[in-house]
Design a protein around this ligand. Structure first.
Ligand SMILES: Cc1ncc(C[n+]2csc(CCOP(=O)(O)OP(=O)(O)O)c2C)c(N)n1
Ligand SMILES: [Mg+2]
Length: 324
């Protein structure tokens, strides 16, 4: 077993593999929370606990040359797309060995080699990048698709509407994957969106839409495969709505005073995608505990790697900075 054995997407719908990947991501994020609270990780940290099935199911359906863009809640996407736990952890620690060479931190994970065109701290900010990539694939007649992950809150941003409009107009090979966790920071969906059915956002552009239970990793895999096939065939982009739950605060340190505590605890108890798959597979407790231990080893190795990493030289701060 190596760290890469765990992280590289399987390109198959093998549920045992999905479980391993989701466990690595969960343990990774739990460890990040601890390291952050201990002051080892700078900046802000947003965890995707509860949303692992979306990242894992979607990325498993992608072909290796397909690309993704991500958000401020980016660790799960990067790991599911194939970045190693070491490279992502080192990035969170701001080290040269990190996937963005220590310049990005938690909200700016890039790994172009593995098709991750980057995450953005600007809500909706990466949608234009995914649309641009899809335009490039279309102009070069390459059979590739760009998949953008974004949240329900991002559907209120201008760039979302521009990107959807252009992608549909030019029939671009793009998948717009909206992770509807029903919150934009402390604002519930009903207070930031005039419509509760977000597929209506796609209807406004005449775009095909699909809906999926984002807590069911196998369903996410199948729905993404369908969306990708549509986009790859030249039939145009797809808006894929994954209904999911943020089973954690918005960011580490958020007290969630805006959230009903009883409802939150109930959702945590009933909507955990890892527990759901574990039950469906009827996995014996010993086997599950073994998988948990293996995932913890991958993460412990990543933390040690990050701690041993190199601090970037401040004199290089302005290298690779482009401004128009
Ligand atoms: C343009 C912009 N406006 C506001 C913010 C502050 N902000 C950070 S995350 C967030 C909520 C985003 O909600 P959503 O898109 O649903 O993603 P989620 O946090 O639920 O994953 C906001 C408003 C920002 N980063 N960028
Ligand atoms: Mg949200």
């Amino acid at each position: 077993m190596t760290e890469l054995d765990y992280i590289v997407p399987s390109q198959t719908a093998e549920p045992g593999r999905f479980l391993q990947q989701m466990l690595v991501i969960r343990k990774f994020e739990q460890q990040v929370e601890e390291r952050y609270r201990d002051g080892e990780i700078p900046g802000f940290v947003h965890l995707a606990i509860g949303q692992e099935a979306v990242a894992v199911g979607a990325c498993a359906a992608l072909s290796p040359r397909d690309v993704i863009t991500s958000t401020h809640r980016s660790h799960a996407h990067a790991l599911a797309k194939g970045s190693s736990a070491r490279a992502v952890m080192a990035e969170l620690y701001g080290k040269l060995e990190g996937c963005s060479r220590g310049r990005g931190g938690s909200m700016h994970l890039y790994d172009v080699e593995r098709g991750n065109l980057g995450s953005s701290a600007v809500v909706g900010g990466a949608l234009g990048i995914a649309t641009g990539a899809a335009l490039a694939f279309s102009m070069r007649s390459e059979p590739r698709v760009a998949l953008a992950f974004f949240g329900d809150g991002a559907t209120a941003s201008g760039l979302f509407h521009e990107s959807m409009n252009m992608a549909q107009l030019w029939r671009l090979p793009a998948v717009f994957l909206c992770e509807n966790n029903r919150w934009a920071e402390s604002t519930p969906l009903a207070q930031h969106s005039p419509i509760s059915d977000l597929t209506q956002r796609a209807q406004a552009f005449g775009m095909t839409s699909l809906e999926v239970d984002g807590q069911d990793v196998e369903a996410v895999y199948r729905a993404t495969a369908e969306a990708l096939a549509h986009a790859r065939s030249g039939a145009g982009p797809v808006f894929l709505l994954a209904e999911t739950y943020r089973l954690a605060p918005h960011n580490v340190g958020d007290q969630q005073e805006y959230r009903d505590k009883a409802e939150y605890e109930l959702t945590r108890a009933t909507e955990d995608p890892i527990e759901k798959l574990r039950e469906r597979l009827a996995l014996p407790d010993e086997r599950f505990a073994e998988l948990e231990r293996e995932a913890e080893l991958v993460v412990a190795d990543a933390v040690e790697f990050a701690r041993r990493g190199t601090d970037p030289d401040p004199a290089t701060l302005l290298e690779d900075v482009y401004a128009d």
